[in-house]
Design a protein around this ligand. Sequence first.
Ligand SMILES: Cc1cc2nc3c(=O)[nH]c(=O)nc-3n(C[C@H](O)[C@H](O)[C@H](O)COP(=O)(O)O)c2cc1C
Length: 186
Amino acid sequence: MNELLKEIDERRARRALKSEKIDDAVVQRIMTAATYAPSCFNSQPWRFMVVSEEEELARLHESLSGGNYWAKKAPLMIVLATKMEFDAKLSDNRDYALFGCGLAAANLMLQATNEGLYAHPMAGFDPLVVKEAFGIPDDYIVITLIAIGYPGSLEGLSDKHVDSEKSERSRKPESEVICRQQWNFA
Ligand SMILES: Cc1cc2nc3c(=O)[nH]c(=O)nc-3n(C[C@H](O)[C@H](O)[C@H](O)COP(=O)(O)O)c2cc1C
């Protein structure tokens, strides 16, 4: 599909990462892109920890769930955390901190795609291990770890993940998630 922005079309949560280091200037652009995201009242609820040193990466590896073994090859991991009080809390459960962080993460991933990188967000990690390893205060929500690296080989990936590397994007039919002019969802 070529009517969409190239980065939106090309971005996929791929797992075949190369361990090759990423230049500081590239990392800087990715992080700046993340911070250019919009947020409610410009609250900027996101807090990022950029991790690229071997010892610190190893500490993050301890937190990964078994299925995320492939992320250990990533030369760069981003920890994204927030507190609900960092953003607006409006009527009817509209707490915006996670929303703002999601927008920042999307910017980060699209900039990474533009730089020729894979950027793969994960929920499969133990946040308490991450907090303990880095002294992150208890009241933060560690939302995601994002594994980032250049495209690498399939070596070391499980059969399931090899298949997934070649898979087409899979999405619900638009009729299930988009309605027009009237509310159509139960
Ligand atoms: C919040 C969030 C958590 C995710 N957690 C994991 C994870 O722990 N491990 C994993 O391999 N992929 C994870 N993913 C990637 C999704 O599985 C992937 O984005 C989805 O299957 C759609 O594929 P696509 O991004 O290639 O379009 C996560 C994605 C998001 C947004």
